[in-house]
Design a protein around this ligand. Structure first.
Ligand SMILES: NC(=O)c1ccc[n+]([C@@H]2O[C@H](COP(=O)([O-])OP(=O)(O)OC[C@H]3O[C@@H](n4cnc5c(N)ncnc54)[C@H](O)[C@@H]3O)[C@@H](O)[C@H]2O)c1
Length: 127
């Protein structure tokens, strides 16, 4: 399958991408690259796949055309960050994610996998 991994340059994405490639899938990425230059060695050991450097809040349907599946990892991935700026977290993790799924459907993408732990909505009490 031709697969788009959002957040492919993050903790999970850098492991998932080679696993998908080893399984025979064609992988492309989309990531705003928040962790640019934070790899462990010069140049980093980042999986070498075509990547659109873009915020998921700015994605349009053209970014999703031709893919069989979207594996959606992009987002702000921990509760302290959500507490730090709840509105931004909501805009990325909730609103942009719903919009991305709607665009994927519009683009004819057959599968959409949302990986978030959804551990807590900003502003709700910790469990
Ligand atoms: N790390 C874990 O143990 C774990 C476990 C279960 C589920 N998850 C889920 O997997 C997903 C990814 O987690 P992670 O640990 O790889 O996070 P991470 O923070 O390491 O990576 C997230 C990636 O998303 C990108 N990103 C952030 N905001 C973006 C935006 N607005 N537009 C485009 N790209 C953006 C970042 O640049 C980064 O590369 C999250 O939804 C998380 O809840 C993580």
């Amino acid at each position: 399958m031709k697969v788009l991994v959002t957040g492919n340059r993050g903790y999970i994405g850098t492991v998932l991408t080679p696993m998908l490639m080893d399984a025979g899938h064609t992988v492309e990425g989309l990531d705003s690259d928040l962790f640019e230059r934070c790899t462990f060695e010069p140049g980093g050991a980042m999986p070498d796949v075509p990547t659109v450097v873009k915020d998921i809040r700015d994605v349009d349907v053209a970014d999703l055309l031709g893919f069989d599946a979207v594996l959606h990892l992009a987002g702000l991935s921990n509760d302290p960050l959500g507490d730090y700026h709840p509105a931004t977290t909501r805009a990325i993790n909730f609103e942009a994610t719903v919009h991305l799924a709607e665009l994927a459907k519009l683009a004819g993408v057959g599968r959409f996998i949302f990986s978030s732990t959804c551990s807590r909505q900003p502003g709700t009490p910790a469990r």
